[in-house]
Structure formats: C-alpha cells, structure tokens
Design a protein around this ligand. Structure first.
Ligand code: PEP
Ligand code: MN
Length: 338
C-alpha cells in the first residue's frame, strides 16, 4: 500500500501516520519527495488495516501499489534516485557516467595501462573483474583477491571509484573491503541468497539483467536487495538471449525507457556484453545514451588480442576516446552531459 501525504502535510502529521503504521505491527518505508512525502507499507495482508488511514489529517490518498515490486517502483518514489558511489560520484543525476575498464583484471601493469587510458578519456568509474563467471571451468577464472588489490590501487591512483563483480555470498565480506560498488552479474541476477546478502552490504550495487530475464524479474531482483535495506541500486541492461545469432546477445534498448518509467533507480547499459563485438559497441553506446541511460559500461583493453576474457568486444583506448567524444555530443543533444 502507498500512503501519499498532501503537499502541505506537516511533519507532525507525517509522524502521526508513521506511528499508527508501527502500532499496526507494519513497517513504514518513508520516501520524502520534492513535493510530497510518500509512505510505503509492505505486508501480505496490509490492505484492510492500512486503508482506514485515509481519514488521517495530512493524508491525501491510500492506494495499493499494484505492482509486484514496491520499494523500487516509481509509484513509491516519484523522483529519480541519485546514488552516490565512492566519495563524490553520483549516478542517476543529469551527468551520464561511463564505467570502463577491462573485462578481467589480469595484472597490475595491464590495469594501469587501461585505467590510466580510460581516466584520461573521461571515464567516471574503473571496472574490472577479479571473480569471473566463465562458461567453461577451464577458462581464466580471475585473480581473486590479488585482482581486487590491483583494482583498489589503480582506482586510488587515478582517482576513480571501482566496480567489480561478486559471485558468491562468501565473497561479499572480502569484496566490500576493496570495491566502491558491487556488481551482481547477469548469471547471478536470480541468486536470491546473494541478493539478500548484498542487500545488507553498506555499498551500492550494480545489478545486471539476467540472460533470459524479463524486466519485471530484474525489478523483483532489485526488490530483494531493497527489502534488506539497501536502496543504493543501479540497474544494467546488458543484452538478452533471443533467436538472433549475429550478435552475442540482443541488446534490449527499449528496456531503458521502460525501466525509467517503472522505477526511480538509475539505469545504465552495457553495449560490450550487449553485442559481443567491438564493432557494434560505439553505435549502441550512442543509442543507449539517446534512449535515456544514466550511464554506460564499456570494456576496454590496451591489447584486446591478448585479453584473458572478452577480447573481441573490448575497445582499444583510442576507440574508447572516440566513443567518449561521440556520446558527449548525444548527451548534449538531450540536455545532459558526460
Ligand atoms: C562483466 O561485466 O564482465 C560480466 C561478466 O557481465 P555479465 O554478467 O553482464 O555477463
Ligand atoms: Mn566481460
């Protein structure tokens, strides 16, 4: 249920409603918007108990949320959420953020070469996997904690927040110590135990859409994280499985505007995994920005032919620089910046 307070409701009236909800044994989730305060009440059989609150002073309306996801729904929180990552990087504001770096952290030298290059070109985040979800158990699985150390080192050296994947509940405690943002990858989007675990972490989460997941399923996975108390979530469209084989995945561009309507959470897009080929990364990055993405994630490698993972979809630094220039122009055309 959603209780929308009147624009002129006093703090005391809001507090009165909150107290009443607690008395009913329910949990209020308060969202203070620019214009009004909205209080979400989430429970299985809350309707009969909450509806009478409509007559309370300061209450405008009491309505069912009407969606399977609630805390992440824009109905609960009408304004865009802006998520702060690291000391001063905002995701979801007017500025479009670019997260860039190699698919896998391979060595200190590799990460320095790529990290310095993406920073110079204007990236806002350094990305890199230390725990890699590989289709084959014989493929490179990532450097683990050693990779996290290089990532932290390079992030600090070039002044960028770092985002990296956590694959297992048992890794969360470790990854939290090194990363500014935890990535839950496509293959783990419905690992509900992991979602609950990162929901208790004190770091923002980048949640990628599952390979065969609907938009509603993505939002319900975000709801798992939010329901554990962590509202700092950024969603990522990274391509889905379809009958098409010309690209590695089919990048679902329409998911971007759909998500922007359905949720207040920031939405980014990953054209590297979305297409699987460096040739298509630049046009799809431009398209994602035009479609309203709050950011993009791009795989960059100084020597893609030697990359331990995802070389074919990695941009060389010079191409990445060109991408930054081009998306800047697109962003400006829609009243945003990069
Ligand atoms: C990645 O970002 O390197 C990655 C493995 O992404 P995804 O989970 O989208 O495949
Ligand atoms: Mn990758």
């Amino acid at each position: 249920m959603i209780i929308v307070m009147k624009p002129d409701a006093t703090p005391a009236q809001v507090e009165h409603v909150i107290e009443k909800i607690k008395e009913l044994g329910l949990k209020p989730n308060v969202s203070k918007g620019v214009e009004r305060t909205v209080i979400g009440v989430i429970g299985v059989d809350d309707r009969a108990r909450v509806e009478p609150l409509e007559v309370y002073p300061g209450v405008d309306s009491v309505t069912p949320i009407g969606r399977s996801y609630k805390l992440v729904s824009r109905r609960f929180h009408p304004d865009n959420s802006v998520i702060l990552v690291g000391p001063n990087t905002a995701v979801g504001g007017e500025k479009i953020v670019v997260m860039a770096g190699p698919c896998s952290v391979e060595s200190r030298e590799q990460l320095k070469a790529v990290g310095d290059a993406v920073k110079k070109a204007g990236a806002a985040f350094l990305r890199g996997g230390a725990f890699k979800p590989r289709t084959s158990p014989y493929s490179f699985q990532g450097l683990g904690e050693e990779g996290l150390k290089y990532l932290r080192e390079q992030g600090d050296a070039c002044g960028l927040p770092v985002v990296t994947e956590v694959m297992d509940t048992r890794q969360v405690e470790l990854v939290v110590q090194y990363a500014d943002m935890l990535q839950v990858g496509a293959r783990n989007m419905q690992n509900f135990d992991l979602l609950r675990e990162v929901g208790q972490a004190k770091k923002p989460i980048l949640l990628k859409r599952g390979l065969s997941s609907t938009i509603e399923e993505l939002l319900l996975s975000a709801e798992y994280i939010a329901s554990k108390g962590n509202m700092k979530i950024v969603l990522c469209e990274r391509g889905i499985r379809t009958f098409e084989t010309a690209t590695r995945n089919t990048m679902d561009l329409s998911a971007i505007p759909v998500l922007k309507v359905e949720t207040h959470l920031p939405v980014i897009a990953d054209p590297s995994h979305g297409t699987g080929s460096w040739t298509y990364v630049l046009p799809m990055a431009r398209a994602a920005v035009a479609a309203g993405a709050d950011g993009i994630m791009i795989e960059v490698h100084h020597a893609p032919e030697t990359a331990k993972s995802d070389g074919p979809q990695s941009l060389k630094p010079a191409k990445f620089e060109m991408l930054m220039k081009e998306i800047r122009a697109v962003a400006e055309a829609i009243g945003r910046s990069v």
